[in-house]
Structures are given as structure tokens and as C-alpha cells.
Write a protein that binds this ligand. Sequence first.
Ligand code: PMP
Length: 387
Amino acid sequence: MKRSFIREILEYTNSNTISFAGGLPDEKLFPLEVIRDCANSALQSAKVLQYAKSSGLDSLRELIAQSYTKRGFKTSPEEILITSGSQQALDVILRSIKSQNITVEAPSYLGAMNLFALNGIKTEAVELKENGIELNSFKQSVANTKLAYLIPDFQNPTGISYSQECRDMVAKEIKEHNGILIEDAPYSELYFEEFMPPISSKIPNSSYHLGSFSKTLAPALRVGWIRASKKLIKPLLAYKEVMDLHTNMLSQEIISCFLSKHKLYEEHLENIRNSYKSKMEFFTQELDKKIPEFNYIKPKGGMFVYVKTDVDVYKLLERTMQNGVVFVPGGEFYSDNKNRNEIRFNYTNSTQEQISKGIELITEATHYMQYLTNQKSDRYERINSLS
Ligand code: PMP
């Protein structure tokens, strides 16, 4: 089993490293005070430390169901299964449906690709365009696989979000081919413009919609969920029981307590959106100013900006690592692992000073590599002109 390149990079970093590599939220935005208060009130009763139901805390399932319904996607608590992060949500589903092939975006989330490999599922990659997945290839692939894993909201790694038209077409193709959609949506609340309705809301009986509190509250709480029809949820419960009996109850109580303070929770989400939006604006302005030859699609939400360039990004990383800046080469997010001269930058876990300094160092390294390449081609031209 191949290790995650991102986790390996993170092992090389120290407190002085400027890291654009991990998908880390900004811990300054963790609502420590509310979490502390909610933990205190949960710990008034020993019950919170007892074994509990595999399906999750009832009050939390109710609150999550309500938030879907409020946005027009009618959902009951029985259609929610609480999981230990959305990573487990995907694992539980893959074990239960036992498919051999799956249609995925290219590039896609590394943690999901590793889970497909672990579960012996072969991926069929379909190119991701500016407004979502390339529909002709998607159609052909889903006709064969009958199963798709997509991240339509501010995708990891590209930051791309699907247009409404693309969402409608994906739902139509899934329906037409009697397929199943796994819609992974951990970034859906981190929108900078508008909330986009889940594709699953158009095909509620043939989809799993995955959510997580990792990006909106704190990843160490390890709480995520699956929204699916009762028929699809039922078989998942047996797998969840085998995997970890149930999700951490203290975390679930803390989250349920925070969510029930509706106004406070909304303000918290708004605060994250504003902060990440201004970080993204700053990051892309710095890129435009210092390395205009880096091409990217400006994200409308989420935590990543994805760049295409013509320098060898593995060599670039080798050089910037020595100067204390890291990022993830895009090739890591494709199942064939070919070098594509693409880069995923995470902008949420750095300060403006770090972003500015980090991009400065990447610029210097890029120019140095361009200089070497030009020198080589100059020499080549000189040699050619001699012959
Ligand atoms: N899906 C995607 C697309 C992700 O980017 C991540 C985390 N980076 C996860 C799932 C897993 O998140 P968690 O298990 O923390 O909810």
C-alpha cells in the first residue's frame, strides 16, 4: 500500500516551514470557547462516556436532517448515519456496495483513491473541466461502472465547482443508467458566492451524500455523516458496527450542542467563509503579481487553488523544500501518478506574511529553473549553429 505523499511531505516539515501542502483548516478559527462550554455541559453526565448507538447521536442526526430540509432537500433523521469523519463514510459505503469499478474525476482526492485501491475497486478517470466533469466521457463511463464518486463543491485538489447545468446532467446520467452516486461534499459550506444544491437532491434514492465537520468545526473531532435513503442506509449500519462500533460520543455531543445554537453556528460559518475568501484573494493576487505564468481557475470556495505550469514541479518542490516551502505536485492526485506540472496549493492554513514569503520563494525557484532550461536551450542552439 502506497503512503500518502502529502503525509510524507508533512513529516519533512517543521515549525518554520511554510506549508501549502496539507488540507488543513485555519486553527485560529476553531471555536474553542463554544467547544469548551459544550464539552463541559456534555461531561455533566457519565452517559457521554458510555457505549452508544452505531447510527449516531439522535439529536445530531435530527439537526443534520433539519439543515438539509431547510435547504430544500427533504431529509429525516433515519436517513442520516453518523460516521468517524467522511473518510469512514466512504469506506463504509465501498465495503457495503462491493463494486469492481468506479467513475472518478481526474484529478481526485488522494484519500478516496487509496480507499478504492484498498477495496480492490478499479477507477475510471474522467477529465475535470472548468465547470465540472466532462459530460460525454462521464456518460460513457457511468454506463459501464454504474457508480461514480464526485466532489462537486470546490473540489479537492482543483477547487473547481460544478455549474448547475453540469449537476443536472450528472443526475440525469446516473438516473438513466440506473447508477449510484457517491457525492463527497466536505467543502460545501465554504462557499464564497453561493451555496450550490447537492446533485443528490435530484436523485435521493440513488445517491449517498457525504458531509463532515472537519472543515467547519475541527477535524480532530472526527465526525462526518452519510445522507441516503433508508433503503441504502440500512445495510451500511452493519459495516459501521464492525468497523468502530460507534463514533466518538463526546464529539457528537459537542457538535450537537453547537449546532443547536443556530445563530452562533451561522455566524461561525460566515466568519470562516469571509476569512478563507480573503486568504484566497490574497494568495491569487500574489500569484498574479509574482508568477503570472502560473495558470489557475479562481476558486469560488473551499481551501485550494490549483496551478498549471511548464516547470517540472517535482524538481521545483525539491528546491523550495530546501528553502522551507512545500506544496503538493498535482501528479499525486491522478491514479497513473504521471508528472503533470500541476500544483495544489492550500491557502487556508497560512498567514498573509507566510503566503507572501512562500510565493516569493516559489517565484525565485521557478525563475531559477526557467533560467537553467533556457541556458540548456541556448547551448543547444549554439551547438546546432556550429554544425
Ligand atoms: N473527502 C474529501 C474530498 C476530503 O478532502 C477529505 C479531507 N481532506 C475527506 C473526504 C476526509 O475528511 P474527514 O474524514 O476529516 O471528514
